[in-house]
Design a protein around this ligand. Structure first.
Ligand SMILES: [Zn+2]
Length: 328
């Protein structure tokens, strides 16, 4: 592509969050605001491989950015799974069928731009550290609660990757040893009870209406004893897992994100109560909801893209405007 720069052309970065069901892409302006976004299916009815869909989305975003009069200067792509950020390779991501995909090189060469790849939950933690609920904190934990549950440990403002790029898989922490089976092959894992997907599955398995999602279960807790029981089991399991994490890491705060966190006080209050009651000799850290919600990983991808392009990412970059909070 032709690279050019005029005083009128705004520099922008392209940010892509690859999920198991959909891929979300954005053109993000110099001020961290999303100028344009696209959502496409990760896997189509045709034989298009997810990797081809990612590359096609990046090219569409570049063309859309140019049409908007913005000049792309970098691209960031985040995925679930085991992401080797140093090598730029997605080692393994089961639900998007990635195995040793050199994503950074592929996307960077397609676009002729500096590129970065990252892990979706770690990128979300980065966004919260720069401009969200973790801003200004030396260390905190972020748990996105979605189909599964991951945790990002942010230390000195940066997400901890672990020795093999696998830190934070707390969804498979046993909270009920010998309990209900998990897709990982173990029993009694946290995400069986406390993820959005796990709650919906438990509700159906215990005799409730099939297809009711976690939001509907939350809304039914006042009238439906089974919904009440599934919800209470979930918040208790989460509080129990947070007790272990608090005792291990002593975080300044714990931030809950993902779709489930939109339940607000209905989730936070019982989780805080369990955590407080389980900690005998020390106080509980504050438990808050995420600032960026479902957009956190995308904002994190934009931060990685700016870093790849050699641009600064000041504290507060991309912070939602006060009136836009809650409108995501
Ligand atoms: Zn498991």
């Amino acid at each position: 592509m032709t690279r050019y720069s005029t005083p009128a052309a705004e520099r922008c970065v392209l940010a892509v969050d690859v999920g198991g069901t959909t891929m979300k892409g954005s053109v993000v302006g110099e001020d961290g605001r999303i100028r344009h976004s696209l959502v496409v299916p990760s896997q189509t009815a045709t034989d298009t491989e997810p990797i081809d869909a990612v590359r096609a989305l990046c090219l569409r975003l570049r063309d859309d950015a140019l049409a908007l009069g913005a000049t792309p200067v970098g691209v960031g792509v985040v995925t679930p799974g085991i992401v080797d950020e140093a090598a730029g390779v997605v080692r393994y991501a089961s639900n998007i069928r990635f195995r040793d995909v050199p994503l950074r090189t592929l996307v960077g060469q397609d676009l002729g731009l500096p590129a970065a790849i990252g892990h979706d939950a770690r990128a979300a933690g980065l966004a919260e550290a720069v401009a969200g609920a973790g801003r200004g904190l030396d260390n905190f934990l972020l748990l996105p609660l979605g189909t599964g549950i991951a945790a990002t440990v942010v230390l000195h403002g940066e997400p901890v990757t672990g020795a093999s790029w696998s830190a934070g898989e707390v969804g498979h922490t046993p909270v009920h040893p010998g309990g209900e089976p998990c897709s990982c092959g173990q029993r009694g894992c946290l995400e069986v009870y406390a993820s959005a997907g796990g709650m919906a599955r438990r509700y159906a398995r215990l005799g409730g209406t099939s297809g009711l999602d976690s939001q509907a279960i939350a809304e039914a807790t006042g009238t439906d004893p089974l919904a009440r029981s599934v919800w209470d089991t979930a918040t208790h399991a989460l509080g129990t897992a947070l007790t272990t994490l608090t005792l291990t890491l002593d975080p300044a705060c714990i931030i809950l994100g993902g779709g489930l966190a939109e339940a607000g006080a209905q989730l936070l209050d019982p989780v805080r109560d369990t955590l407080r009651a389980s900690l005998a000799w020390r106080s509980a850290p504050p438990v808050l909801t995420s600032t960026f919600g479902a957009l956190a990983a995308q904002v994190g991808a934009a931060i990685l893209a700016r870093r790849a392009a050699g641009l600064p990412v000041p504290q507060g970059w991309g912070a939602p405007l006060p009136e836009s909070v809650g409108l995501r």
